[in-house]
Design a protein around this ligand. Structure first.
Ligand code: SP5
Ligand code: ZN
Length: 378
């Protein structure tokens, strides 16, 4: 499989509040370095993209897709806030901005209005809390550059997925960093700033050959990160053209979303499916939930699949509570790829979480092997 990476995704480096400790964020550049080292020794092919030297037209397309996915004032904040804090002497350039106060606005679109301020606050500290919902999405000097490069990997992957016309359906993996599935249209959180899966869905529509039908192009998002992708769910909650399906830890972070009763709203009712699993779940429980998730995708019959893939389901992950082992990733990949619903549709796999640094590379490669085994078997 082709694996896309961009060195600009390594600029972002933050501190987070975890439990009650301020620590170097578990979501760190070394994650990507570990994956690249492992993939270089595998049969998958790495392709390095450099967003910063890409063409003006590529940059313009990316900007347009990101603007569809997020509010303009939020993006302006992400892009400028660190320099502003440094300029005003509030922070050293190597340090992370974290919020000190949050307005009680709600995290999901359907609750909007209950606590939403009518306009962004002026005070620089107030503004920071206004655009974040937790303390694991701090902003460092390199955050914006990395977030843009990360989203660009998703866009480039979509470009490949829509332009390939071979005999076997196309698959591609993008080593997105920072991840994306927790941030909403106007709130960063859970290590996420730009929602790469949302951007990818727009990118697929943008590049899809039959542009006239692109707005209705059916896209399924399968979220296999340990944590519920609240931001992605929220984005498409009222949309029946994008099916969001997630398997994640029950009652775990992000805490206030991910119940199986969240099925979508309005036209989107029935197009959101959550499969929460209790702590301690093994591959047996996981694989059953995955079968149900794949059956739902089958019924939807999408044109493209986006997999939000996290490796924090691993038994040694510091943020997860499942008991998935390295070899299980082969089975998970195999099960997704060999399901009749997905065997013939192009797929793009976007990296989300996974924090067991010393095992992350092996786990990614094992997943890739499981995915590729199905292709050789056909
Ligand atoms: C993309 C992704 O995987 N984001 C996950 C962000 C999780 N951040 C907060 C985790 C809170 C865990 N509970 C803290 C207990 C102290 N050990
Ligand atoms: Zn996660």
């Amino acid at each position: 499989m082709l694996v896309l990476t961009d060195p600009s995704t390594l600029h972002h480096r933050t501190t987070e509040l975890l439990g009650s400790k301020l620590i170097p964020a578990l979501e760190c550049p070394e994650r990507i370095e570990a994956i690249i080292t492992a993939v270089q020794d595998s049969s998958s092919q790495i392709r390095t993209i450099d967003f910063e030297s890409s063409s003006e037209s590529d940059k313009a397309v990316l900007q347009e897709l990101i603007q569809k996915s997020h509010d303009a004032d939020y993006l302006e904040f992400l892009g400028n806030v660190h320099a502003e804090w440094v300029e005003r002497g509030l922070i050293e350039s190597t340090h992370t901005i974290l919020p000190e106060c949050f307005p009680l606005q709600r995290m999901s679109r359907s609750d909007e209005g209950t606590g939403k301020l009518t306009h962004p606050p002026k005070d620089i500290f107030a503004r920071t809390g206004y655009y974040m919902y937790d303390m694991s999405a701090g902003i460092s000097e390199g955050t914006w550059r990395s977030a843009i490069a990360s989203a660009n990997l998703a866009v480039q992957a979509a470009k490949y997925a829509t332009s390939h016309h071979g005999s076997t359906p196309f698959s591609i993996m993008a080593l997105c960093r920072p991840p994306g599935h927790h941030c909403t249209t106007r709130l960063a959180g859970g290590y996420c700033y730009i929602n790469n899966a949302v951007v990818a869905a727009y990118a697929l529509r943008n590049f899809h050959a039959a542009a006239s039908t692109a707005n209705h192009l059916k896209i399924a998002i399968l979220d296999l990160d340990f944590h519920h992708g609240n931001g992605t769910q929220d984005y498409f909650y009222k949309d029946n053209s994008v099916l969001y399906v997630s398997i994640h830890g029950l009652d775990e972070y992000p805490y206030y979303s991910g119940a199986s009763t969240e099925v979508g709203e309005g036209e989107g009712e029935g197009f959101n499916a959550n499969f929460p699993l209790p702590p301690g779940s093994t591959i047996d429980e996981y694989s059953k939930a995955l079968e149900s998730a794949l059956a739902r995708i089958d019924q939807f019959n999408p044109a493209y699949l986006i997999v939000s893939l996290g490796f924090d389901t691993f038994h040694l992950d510091p943020l997860g509570s499942f008991k998935i082992e390295t070899d299980d990733y082969r089975q998970i990949a195999n099960q997704v790829r060999s399901h009749h619903a997905l065997r013939n549709i192009p797929s793009m796999i976007l990296l989300e979480g996974g924090y067991a640094l010393d095992r992350l590379g092996t786990n990614v490669c094992t997943f890739l092997q499981g995915w590729e085994d199905t292709e050789q078997a056909e």
